[in-house]
Write a protein that binds this ligand. Structure first.
Ligand code: MOS
Length: 712
């Protein structure tokens, strides 16, 4: 896929201090690679289970209303069908805080596609046929499913995710904006985006003597166990959740989802093990999606391009059963400084499935808007867009009013510009042409918070000289297992081959989910502390088997609240067919500053994976909701377009050798999400440079370009 050289370390100021012989920083292949490529690695519904049965979820056929009748006669008469669960007969769940997961408990439909029944049968085919034969009557009410900036239901939530203030204000934006010589006022729109991990949400559930064993496709077995314990009113110790291999998540498997609840309900009801996997089409909806956004950005600057006023007003949606307030404008609070600043978030409760996390929820759409507006400002003020960002860099977080622990945005921009060949760029739009193709280049900044959560871990020294590290981390395909294995080896001071690592099981020491780009930071923290404690203990007992444990709750909780962020610079070159408006991306290049990179191979995969999703967002992806139908009309991979390999012609990711002692013992910032942040803006900015046409509503499709008078 890459026409460029592989990702590598470049020095940011201080010469690299790579520990030679250390495992951290070395490009180990994934530990489970051979298992995966030979098919031996087991995913959630691939475990052999005696007497297993199969579940098939039945979605509601109306958007909003009540179920008036469920007729299971035909379904139950169908060969192989064992049971049909619905609100009238399903085992009871405790009404927990997650109304979304309170499934099959009431005859109420909150959105189209809500699971209203599950058919259990002796084969997958029989379950599917049974599901077709379940007859459900509804009393349907009116609904509202499409986000609009004049929707009468717009309101101000109490806070935005995870716990940020809804609005912020510094100085006097209106006065600062009115007084400025250069102004940009632009509204950007992004559609709904759907997570499509290779492995769908899938579960095998088995009850035995009041105990529940679950194999689930999740980003965190510990949180899933906690949710199931609450819903089924079972002590957490009676539940075991295994997630040894997970085929992607992107946020959609961040917490317990409908599939695991339905499967556990079904298994309890039929008193047999049940496997249930959502279909590809079912992934468009109840599992969550990235909310559509409407974002107005206003920027004001002096004639040197120094920002004087910044305002970002974001509108997004939530459902009627749960408030999900995406932190869309939070990116803007810390990215660039100005004396007058304001950010706001407004929501609408629609009759839709609740939006959820999708790779860099908030930062991704927010950066698309802000980094596009910065490009518009660069044009308005007549300053190179790299230079404009350099000029507005700030060592102090404008939001927290404290210095960033490290901020190498400028170094990323400079290194990116050098590698990309930006310096002799003619800023004039439509200045380069190669036959029918108009050529253009674009840049965007990128940033993502570097957080960590408390975790526990154990480390054991065995008499044969080997070590065992246990932690309920989750590897959703990122290489996390390998990264923390490398960290453990260095913490123990032994070659990694001497270390065995066990993850992906709630029976292991409790750990946070793989999310928020904080997995490696959180897990490695506990692993390092456990390994250090083990070395201490071994002094007293050098020969025998010794185990030490660590819990970083106090240490993580006691960390000073400093602005910790990873940064990046995204560059793109596009060509646009002047006659048809077809857009192709010639190359993408990103340079990131994300603390210490534990494993260059898996890090590069994360970064180019995020950048590819950004390309997909810029040009392809769009959930199209039909208000009459109340659901997405394109709900499969034939009609919901995603970038394929042929769309990625050249992609390169680099990182700076960044050392930051204010982070965590491993010195990592997290790299799962920053690759997507700013990527779509860089492409949109390049399309504008190529054509002179500014499309402010993603995706940038050829019909929007050729519909514009400027392209003609
Ligand atoms: Mo990620 S969207 O924090 O799983």
């Amino acid at each position: 896929m890459s026409a460029g050289e592989p990702g590598g370390v470049v020095s940011a100021g201080e010469p690299g201090r790579v520990v030679s012989g250390g495992a951290v920083g070395r490009a180990f292949p994934r530990l489970e690679g051979p298992e995966k490529v030979t098919g031996a690695a087991r995913y959630a519904v691939e475990y052999p289970v005696d007497g297993v049965t199969y579940g098939w979820a039945v979605p509601s056929a109306v958007v909003r209303g009540r179920i008036t009748r469920v007729d299971t006669t035909e379904a139950l008469a169908s060969p192989g069908v064992l049971a049909v669960l619905h609100h009238g007969n399903a085992p009871r769940l405790a009404p927990g805080p997650e109304r979304e997961l309170w499934l099959l408990q009431e005859p109420v439909v909150h959105y189209r596609g809500q699971y209203v029944a599950v058919v259990v049968a002796t084969s997958l085919e029989a379950a599917r046929e049974g599901a077709r034969l379940v007859r459900i009557d509804y009393d349907a009410g009116p609904h509202s499913t499409v986000l609009a900036d004049d929707h009468p239901g717009l309101y101000k939530p109490d806070h935005v995710n995870p716990s940020y203030p809804t609005d912020t204000a510094e100085g006097d934006f209106d006065a600062g904006y009115a007084a400025a010589p250069v102004r940009v006022d632009a509204t950007y729109r992004t559609p709904a985006y759907h997570n499509n991990p290779m492995e769908p949400h899938a579960t095998t559930a088995q009850w035995r003597d009041g105990r529940l064993l679950v194999h689930d496709s999740t980003q965190g077995a510990s949180p899933v166990r906690a949710t199931l314990a609450e819903l089924f009113e079972v002590p957490p110790e009676s539940i075991r959740v295994v997630a040894e291999h997970v085929g992607g998540g992107f946020g959609s498997k961040g917490y317990a989802k409908a599939s695991v609840v339905l499967t556990a309900l079904a298994a309890r009801h039929v008193d047999r093990p049940v496997k249930l996997a959502l279909t590809r089409q079912q992934l468009f909806g109840p599992i969550g999606y990235r909310t559509p956004t409407i974002q107005r950005v206003r920027l004001a600057a002096d004639t040197d391009g120094r920002l004087t006023a910044i305002c970002h007003d974001a509108i997004s949606q939530t459902s009627t059963i749960r408030e999900f307030a995406e932190q869309t404008a939070v990116y803007t609070r810390s990215m660039y400084a100005a004396p007058h600043r304001r950010t706001t978030h407004r929501l609408v409760r629609l009759d839709v499935p609740t939006p959820f996390w999708m790779r860099a929820p908030g930062e991704c759409p927010g950066a698309y808007a802000l980094e596009s507006a910065m490009d518009e400002l660069a044009g308005a003020v007549g300053i190179d867009p790299v230079e404009l960002r350099v000029r507005n860099d700030t060592a102090v977080d404008p939001d927290q009013a404290r210095p960033f622990t490290s901020r190498n945005l400028v170094a990323c921009l400079r290194e990116g510009a050098r590698r990309f060949g930006w310096t002799d760029r003619d800023p004039t739009p439509r200045a380069r042409r190669d036959g029918r193709w108009l050529l253009g280049t674009g840049v965007a900044g990128s940033s993502y918070p570097a957080r960590a959560r408390p975790s526990t871990a154990t480390a054991t020294a065995r008499p044969d000289g080997s070590f065992l590290v246990r932690i309920n981390a989750t590897d959703i395909g990122t290489g996390a297992r390998t990264a923390i294995w490398q960290v453990a080896a260095d913490a123990l001071g032994v070659p990694p081959e001497q270390v065995e690592i066990h993850i992906g099981d709630s029976a292991l020491p409790t750990a946070p989910l793989a999310g928020g780009s904080m997995g490696t930071a959180s897990w490695s923290w506990a692993v390092i502390r456990a390994c250090q404690a083990l070395r201490e203990k071994q002094r007293d007992n050098p020969g025998g088997e010794v185990t030490a444990e660590a819990d970083t709750t106090d240490e993580v909780g006691g960390q000073p609240a400093l602005p910790r962020y990873a940064y990046g610079a995204q560059f793109a070159e596009v060509r646009v067919d002047a006659d048809t408006g077809e857009v192709r991306v010639n190359r993408q290049l990103g340079v990131f500053a994300a603390g210490r990179v534990v494993n260059p191979t898996t890090a590069r995969s994360q970064l180019i994976g995020g950048m590819t999703m950004g390309l997909s967002m810029a040009l392809h992806e769009e959930g199209l909701l039909d208000e009459r139908y109340g659901d997405w009309v394109n709900h499969d991979l034939a009609t919901y377009h995603i970038a394929g390999c042929a769309d990625v012609e050249s992609i390169e990711a680099y990182w700076l050798d960044e050392r930051d002692d204010e982070l965590n013992p491993a010195g990592v910032k997290g790299i799962g999400e920053i690759g997507i942040v700013g990527a779509a803006a860089a492409i949109a900015n390049a399309v504008h440079h190529a054509t002179g046409v500014r499309i402010r509503e993603l995706p940038i499709r050829l019909d929007k370009l050729i519909g514009s008078s400027e392209l003609a």
